[in-house]
Write a protein that binds this ligand. Structure first.
Ligand code: FAQ
Length: 313
């Protein structure tokens, strides 16, 4: 097909709300933007295992421990689906690891904060998975087929994650004064970082306009953040917890909750590598990658040996 026809075909698929598939022609910018976003998403799932793994050995009951282990395993699975989906764009998983370890690709800002108490496991499930779901439900309609299909399964699992988080919070607010205080302290620390997960204001977002035109993104950062706020404030009130924002107010006219300003300096510092735990997170990830080298080499050697046996048979 001549280049103009290929470009027209791509534009027609996007306009018709159909999916671009790995073998289809796509603009270089579409490919690189998807690799950037999908890799960042995959890295977030994998680095996101660290703050929660911190509490597996200290979960208060066997049931809570089993649930937390299942959740952390799910996050590893999400990383795998997303790396596999990114590989369909012609980039290798090894290359994506190198880009993450060297700081050339990012992961979500939220995973640079420490998990200081058991209530943080409830708050991560409720707020962090809650924010992830708001973003990811919409990504089920993203224009790239493999990314969109990965999102369907991921969203189902994220719903369980959010429910188990809210269940931890309900138990804590029904408990002793110390437990209630723990729940309040956790929301005090996680509320603002959860809002930062949606990225900068639309006016400051370098990728939104083009990503919306290509239907990689379907709703803007600010609109998604507002959806999350409107869904979460009543949940906090139901728990009897206070949102740590003196400017929080319901606007009768718009039907939305208005908030105070996010600390954007903290956001930009965190995504540029200067958050509370960036160095520890990457050091831990790099060590796990290095420690696992013998497994990868063994598995690929075994696969290569089987391939040569198949050929000689
Ligand atoms: N953290 O122009 P935009 C989860 C960067 S999954 C770090 O608005 P874009 C599950 C952005 O990359 C959570 N960096 O960018 C779980 C860009 O920098 P670049 C992850 C951020 O891509 C739960 C610059 O700022 N979810 O939590 C962040 O159009 C519990 C300008 O920003 C996804 O990745 C941030 N928060 O919109 C796991 C969803 N925000 O690349 C374990 C897919 C912005 O030019 C436990 N991703 N940046 O150097 C997306 O929807 C989008 O990429 C956004 C950002 C909305 C995150």
């Amino acid at each position: 097909m001549d280049p103009d026809a290929e470009e027209q075909m791509f534009a027609a698929v996007i306009a018709a709300d159909e999916k671009i598939e790995p073998r289809d022609w796509m603009p270089d910018g579409y490919r690189s933007s998807l690799i950037r976003q999908m890799a960042q998403h995959a890295h977030s799932e994998v680095i996101g295992m660290q703050p929660e793994a911190n509490w597996i050995l200290r979960a208060p009951t066997l049931l809570r421990k089993a649930i937390l282990i299942a959740k952390v395993q799910d996050e590893a699975g999400h990383g795998l689906y997303l790396y596999s989906a990114a590989e369909t764009l012609g980039v290798s998983r090894d290359e994506l690891q190198r880009l993450l370890h060297s700081g050339r690709q990012k992961y979500s800002s939220i995973f640079n904060y420490p998990t200081l108490s058991w209530a943080d496991m409830g708050t991560i499930g409720w707020l962090v998975d809650g924010a992830a779901i708001v973003n990811q439900i919409v990504l089920q309609r993203t224009s790239y087929g493999p990314y969109s299909r990965a999102m369907v399964k991921i969203c189902k699992e994220e719903s369980f994650h959010a429910r188990q988080g809210y269940s931890i919070m309900m138990t804590l607010v029904d408990g002793s004064e110390e437990q209630k205080a723990m729940a309040q302290d956790a929301i005090d620390r996680w509320w603002w970082p959860a809002l930062m997960m949606f990225g900068p204001h639309d006016s400051e977002s370098s990728h939104t306009e083009q990503s919306m035109a290509w239907k990689i993104k379907r709703i803007t950062n600010d609109d998604l953040r507002q959806m999350f706020i409107d869904q979460t404030v009543p949940q906090a009130h139901y728990l009897g917890l206070t949102i740590p924002d003196p400017e929080l107010a319901f606007d009768e006219e718009t039907g939305h909750w208005n908030i105070g300003e996010i600390d954007w300096e903290e956001f930009w510092a965190t995504i540029q590598g200067d958050g509370p735990l960036n160095r520890e997170r990457i050091a831990h990830k790099t060590k796990a990658w290095d420690d696992g080298r013998w497994v990868r080499e063994g598995a690929s050697g075994y696969a290569a040996k089987n391939r040569s046996l198949d050929k000689s048979a």
